[in-house]
Design a protein around this ligand. Structure first.
Ligand SMILES: Cc1ncc(COP(=O)(O)O)c(C=O)c1O
Length: 419
């Protein structure tokens, strides 16, 4: 035994392994359309120009020392105003914690609330909750969601598991599905949490909700974003919000995230983050604070960015619908939010050219990668069952003019399959 049990049991994310495999194919000279990553190609989706200028200016002004444990006052004040203006959420700067992206905030929330063996409930598919649960030695309770509910967990799905749980991890708009909670569904879930906490009384650890809304500014059409506190103000005592610059401003490499939560929970998260040293760089914090206060620039960017993402998602959605209409066993969920489209390739049992039968979803996935040169992430990589025929298609690195080519490749690969 060389390592801790925790480290020995911690798996590398299959999504990272898949991305590495696709990169190898690309390095070998193959043309692969990599729709697997939840990131942006900065050539296609750069960060806002005003933010970039602010970052450069902050470094030039020598803003390179420690940023302080909770984050710079300028940024916390800007976030406080921003979430009030855009989300009607009332949190003073003292209740806002800054970190280097959203991940340390999620990790610190888990570590602040989960004791070894405590139940952590989260939907499958969902992003990384299995790893955070493992890192905090919790007991994962995965709730498999269904296409008819847009792969969002319902009150009925969650209700049987809430008793004695320490944490309920929710994300809306959700990675990997690009779908959101409806108002009523979220209200009912919050009512269940509030009821559970009333039954626990003041001497037991309450059930908390980690609510990851990092994609909340990227909703399309009629889709609306709801959060636990907007639908049930009493949820303020039990909700830890996770948010940041990474997705709404294509700033995955800027590394500025923020969380807001009840003051006592936030205090614990701050101490954990301080010991990790997981602060956001000082220059990026200052720049993000100045940028968020520039409402006109933020508005301009979001309008264009949303429209560019939506065009791509719609294009792929229409493409999948056209294939379905032609009789192919594929499907997709109409885009709602984030940078993801949920698509289905129900091709198990079909025969590939050369007579090889696709016996498993893993073989279907491989066929699509090798034959169509299109990389998608199976929902099984996000904790869904291996039987799941659904995939995440990410448009963050996709040029608009590539979409027809990608759909053509997919159609050609599907046409080659025998029933
Ligand atoms: C739902 C969700 N939360 C958090 C993150 C991580 O954000 P960050 O890059 O700011 O750490 C991601 C990244 O893919 C995500 O999809």
């Amino acid at each position: 035994m060389k390592f801790s049990k925790m480290a020995d049991g911690l798996q590398t994310s299959p999504i990272i392994l898949l991305a590495a495999e696709i990169n190898e194919m690309i390095q070998r000279g193959e043309k692969v359309y990599n729709l697997t990553i939840g990131d942006f190609n900065p050539q296609v989706f750069p960060i806002p120009r005003e933010l970039e200028d602010e970052i450069v200016a902050a470094y030039r002004a020598g803003q390179t020392n420690y940023p302080g444990a909770v984050g710079l006052p300028n940024l916390r004040e800007a976030v406080s105003n921003f979430i009030k203006q855009y989300g009607q959420l009332d949190y003073p700067p003292e209740q806002i914690l800054i970190s280097c992206g959203a991940r340390p905030l999620i990790y610190s929330a888990y570590r602040a609330l989960v004791d070894p063996g405590d139940k952590v409930i989260f939907p499958a598919p969902s992003w990384n909750n299995d790893f955070y649960t493992h890192l905090s030695s919790g007991k994962a309770v995965m709730v498999e969601t269904r296409p008819e509910n847009y792969f969002m967990p319902t009150p009925e799905d969650l209700k049987p598991h809430l008793q004695d749980a320490a944490l309920l991890a929710l994300c809306s708009p959700q990675n990997p599905t690009g779908t959101v909670f409806g108002k009523e569904g979220l209200e009912e879930i919050c009512d269940l949490v509030l009821e559970e906490n009333r039954s626990r009384g003041p001497h037991r650890k309450p059930l908390y909700v980690v609510f990851d809304q990092i994609y909340w500014l990227l909703t399309f059409g009629e889709t609306r974003h709801y959060n636990p506190v907007s639908v049930r103000p009493e949820m303020k005592d039990y909700t830890i919000f996770i948010d940041g610059m990474s997705k709404a401003f294509a700033g995955t490499g800027v590394r500025v995230g923020w969380g807001f939560a009840p003051a006592d929970v936030l205090g614990k998260m701050r101490t954990i983050i301080a010991h990790m040293g997981a602060w956001a760089p000082r220059a990026e914090q200052l720049a993000s604070g100045n940028y968020l206060k520039n409402t006109a620039a933020v508005e301009r960017y979001l309008i264009q960015f949303r429209s560019d993402i939506q065009k791509r998602l719609e294009g792929f959605y229409q493409g999948f619908m056209a294939l379905k209409e032609k009789g192919h066993r594929v499907d997709a969920i109409e885009p709602q939010a984030a940078i993801y489209l949920t698509v289905q390739l129900d091709l198990r049992g079909r025969t590939a050219p050369g007579g090889k039968k696709l016996n498993s979803n893993a073989e279907v996935h491989r066929y699509i990668l090798d034959e169509a040169k299109v990389g998608l992430v199976p929902f099984a990589h996000f904790g869904a069952s291996e039987d799941s025929t659904w995939y995440r298609l990410s448009v963050g690195t996709c040029r608009l003019d590539e979409a027809p080519e990608i759909m053509h490749n997919l159609e050609t690969a599907l046409d080659k399959l025998d029933s």
